[in-house]
Design a binder for this molecule. Structure first.
Ligand code: SF4
Length: 347
């Protein structure tokens, strides 16, 4: 008799695979990248879906495919156009890497077919390489992300404490590969993703209607929310003072350097230090708005103050953009929303 939840699960592997795949094939959501799938659609969707929900991605995916229908079209586009189309989706290094990846792929005689070959391309980690090659070429590689870690830790009631989700993903990869339906690796991986997104929720998972409940140790015990055991994220608070400065129907903006780690070439309202202003001299009466945003582990409070146009010569990364041309430049998503809101307020 198998003595541990892992051993029991592996002993029932083929029944588990049938239950999972049968459910997926009957209940999978209709998503545009699943409709006439292609390696290009899979790559674009996998990049967009990193850290982003399906409902947010849907309109971006449709616009993207319309504008850049294949690797060659994306490879030939200027980066400014690529970033503009990504505006609002966040984590812009994904857009830049997707662009570089398209250029690398367009230069190859044929598409790579193995996870190892894909991992050599820009922005492709183990999860993305497994997703692309299993879905497009049925490569026998399991995808392991936060969703899959959650499911596997619950199936096996694994109470191992993990430092973070990347460490947990590494630890669960051998089990994920042992459970993989190698004859239908793409569907199996998509079924696990679908189960994590629509049934095995972080909180209040739908165990009673779950297709793999019969194989799930935590689901049967009734304590699935106890897994996985991840150390709580350390959130750091930050405060930034932003400047709203207008002159002749133009707004002063800061453009991040082309080699900036984040937001390269994107525009935002300038921070006080970009203009050499001392925040202690701002008056409460000049505060236009206080906004919050989250970036990775940082919770950032941004206070936007109105200020007079500077008299000194501006450095090249501070630019006056006519209000009528704001739509033509690429702003970070939160700054686009805040600027639109502040302009609308005074109408
Ligand atoms: Fe998740 Fe519950 Fe299904 Fe287990 S039974 S996989 S905890 S939804």
């Amino acid at each position: 008799m198998p003595s541990s939840p892992v051993a029991s699960l592996l002993a029932a592997k083929s029944d588990f695979q049938s239950a999972l795949l049968g459910w997926y094939r009957a209940h999978a959501r209709a998503l545009p990248w699943r409709d006439s799938p292609s390696p290009y659609k899979t790559v674009v969707s996998e990049f967009m879906l990193q850290q982003t929900q399906v409902k947010t991605v849907l309109p971006y995916f449709a616009r993207w495919l319309e504008t850049f229908p294949d690797f060659a079209a994306l490879a030939a586009a200027p980066e400014a156009r690529v970033l503009k189309l990504w505006e609002g989706l966040g984590y812009y290094s994904r857009a830049r890497n997707l662009h570089k990846l398209a250029q690398a792929v367009a230069a190859l005689p044929e598409l790579p077919r193995t996870p190892d070959a894909w991992r050599k391309l820009p922005g492709v980690g183990p999860y993305t390489a497994a997703a692309i090659t299993s879905i497009s070429f049925n490569a026998p590689a399991a995808c392991v992300d936060g969703n899959v870690v959650r499911i596997l830790s619950r199936l096996t009631a694994d109470a191992t404490p993990f430092r973070d989700s990347a460490t947990a993903a590494k630890a669960f990869t051998p089990l994920a590969n042992d459970l993989l339906t190698t004859s239908a690796a793409g569907d199996h991986n998509q079924a696990m993703m679908e189960l994590g997104a629509t049934v095995c929720f972080r909180q209040k998972p739908l165990c009673l209607t779950c297709p793999v409940r019969a194989f799930c140790a935590a689901g049967q015990r009734g304590d699935p929310e106890n897994y996985p055991r991840l150390a709580p994220k350390q959130i750091e608070q930050r405060a930034v003072t932003r400047i709203w400065c207008e002159r002749n129907r133009a707004l002063l903006l800061h453009r991040a350097a082309a080699d900036a780690r984040r937001l390269a070439n994107l525009h935002e309202l300038p921070a006080a230090e970009h203009l050499g202003l001392n925040v202690e001299h701002f008056r409460a009466a000049d505060l236009l708005a206080t906004k919050r945003r989250g970036i990775t582990r940082f919770q950032i409070t941004e206070s936007i103050y109105s200020a007079r146009p500077p008299r000194t010569k501006l450095p090249p990364n501070l630019v006056w953009i006519p209000l009528a041309q704001l739509d033509e430049i690429t702003l970070s998503g939160p700054h686009r929303r805040w600027i639109t809101e502040l302009l609308a307020l005074r109408k």
